[in-house]
Design a protein around this ligand. Structure first.
Ligand SMILES: [Zn+2]
Length: 60
């Protein structure tokens, strides 16, 4: 339980740090849903399912 709280606090601190850093640089942080971001083809938008050993994207 404590480990989970520490884990969550660490991510919160990291996010706050990045938010402050981007604001100081005159930029804006945009959080995105990470689900399937590495499985979506950047060219056509098709979701190509990958397993962990799959290191390169190949769209048919
Ligand atoms: Zn594609």
């Amino acid at each position: 339980m404590l480990a989970k709280a520490v884990h969550n606090a660490a991510w919160g601190q990291l996010r706050q740090f990045i938010t402050d850093k981007t604001a100081r640089a005159g930029a804006m942080l945009v959080a995105v849903d990470p689900r399937e971001t590495l499985q979506t083809c950047p060219d056509c938008g098709t979701v190509v399912a990958k397993m962990l050993p799959d290191r390169t994207h190949r769209c048919d």
